[in-house]
Design a protein around this ligand. Structure first.
Ligand code: COA
Length: 376
């Protein structure tokens, strides 16, 4: 008889950087930069050769996004109007890299929560928006730091990386190619955010999450059954970052902002909300789950307005904080980690039999759903 495997989520882990930037601090720094720019370029601005910059506002940020603060790995340089980018000491190749370091911390927490030893894990998928380097893979460095004997690789599906990672891990388990897989999402988004861009300087924050996907035969009694996963991608240029070794700056392109995050926020909002809501409803139907009876939705944390609309279309009524919890207010948009932070922080109170949904969406476009049911 062929053996069958059943992937479940055994545990999760979260690393939160100590430092946090409030909207007030962020706007004060941005507006100091604006003033500096406008003063330094006063003549050119008066001559119509350079555009004057406009100040940002706390009220706009909160109303447009729901974000009130964001954690970061290096606060001081981000707020320095002369720098406005993350800075840390260069590490030697022998030292653990910064992205691996925070990934390891999240993984260690997930392993501890499941009572799992690293030697019993088979694979590490580093699923995140931006890798620190081309190679060796971040996942392999994290695997080595944890002492895992197996394999690891990196995967990037922008904000949907974690859900794509969960499906990939679940497929490895289903196929019998691994029994225990860590999906780790270290998101140092402060490195790819343009802190000088008024339209987006408030959006992102830094964090790392980990999800341990395992065969039910070795999972702790209390776990989350994976009822089904669904992935979708539709090409769009509305969220884009052209950074890469084939797109290196030349004297002509030096300083161009397209090597950092750029988006058409309005278009993203309009196009992604209906796509994701429909995807959730269709997948619920396929799985025989009543979407209006979902106990909780852990949605991607990009924008409070988007989540309000998606949750309403799925549940059939305006979701309250218990049905669709937010971490956006204190974490900002943490790319692929957002829905996992929400799941990690707001899932303990659910009881056996409760059904919920982890859902991500973002650049690509990409979207992923993971329907889960509490067991044990
Ligand atoms: N402070 C004050 N005013 C600002 C501002 C700031 N920081 N940034 C923009 N504005 C102004 C604009 O100049 C514009 O003014 P105008 O109407 O006089 O032209 C106005 O606010 C509206 O700007 P807009 O960019 O259209 O805002 P928005 O309401 O669409 O909100 C986003 C912007 C980005 C928050 C929103 O579009 C969004 O969240 N979209 C989805 C993004 C997303 O999920 N992306 C995924 C990333 S992974």
């Amino acid at each position: 008889m062929t053996q069958t495997y059943h992937p479940v989520i055994s545990s999760t882990g979260l690393f939160t950087p100590e430092e946090s930037i409030s909207n007030e601090e962020l706007v004060a720094s941005f507006n100091a930069y604006v003033e500096l720019h406008n003063t330094q370029n006063a003549d050119a601005i008066a001559a119509g050769e350079v555009e004057a910059l406009h100040p940002s506002s706390v009220e706009f940020i909160e109303k447009a996004s729901g974000i009130k603060a964001r954690h970061v790995m290096a606060k001081q340089p981000l707020l320095d109007p002369e720098i406005m980018a993350p800075r840390w000491d260069e590490r030697s190749d022998e030292d653990l890299s910064i992205m691996a370091e925070i990934g390891v911390k999240a993984c260690e927490q997930a392993l501890k929560a499941a009572g799992r030893e690293a030697k019993d894990v088979d694979a590490v998928l580093c699923a995140a928006s931006n890798m620190q380097r081309a190679y060796p893979a971040m996942a392999v460095e994290i695997q080595a730091a944890l002492g895992i004997d197996g394999f690891g690789f990196d995967m990037n599906v922008a904000c949907s990386s974690a859900t794509f990672g969960i499906q990939t891990a679940a497929d490895y388990v289903r196929a019998g190619n691994a029994r225990s897989v860590l999906v780790v999402s270290p998101e140092i988004t402060s490195g790819h955010l343009n802190w000088r861009d008024r339209d987006s300087h408030f959006i992102f924050g830094d964090v790392a999450t980990a999800v341990l996907v395992e065969d039910i035969s070795m999972a702790p009694a209390e776990h989350w059954d994976i009822l089904g996963t669904k992935l979708k991608t539709v090409f769009s240029n509305n969220i884009r970052n052209n950074f890469g070794f084939l797109n290196r700056a030349t004297p002509e392109t030096e300083g161009k902002a397209d090597k950092l995050f750029v988006q058409e926020g309005r278009k993203v909002f309009k196009e992604v909300v209906p796509m994701v809501a429909q995807m959730i409803v269709d997948e619920a139907e396929r799985l025989g789950v009543d979407p209006t009876a979902l106990r909780r939705m852990w949605l991607h944390q990009a924008n409070a307005g988007m989540n309000r609309l998606i949750a309403q279309r799925v549940l059939g009524h305006e979701a309250n904080a218990d049905e669709s919890p937010t971490v956006l207010d204190t974490y900002g948009n943490t790319s692929s980690a957002g829905s996992i932070i929400a799941f990690h922080k707001h899932s303990e109170d659910l009881v056996s039999g409760d059904t919920g949904l982890i859902c991500s969406f973002g650049a690509g476009y990409s979207a992923g759903t993971v329907f889960v049911r509490k067991a044990g």
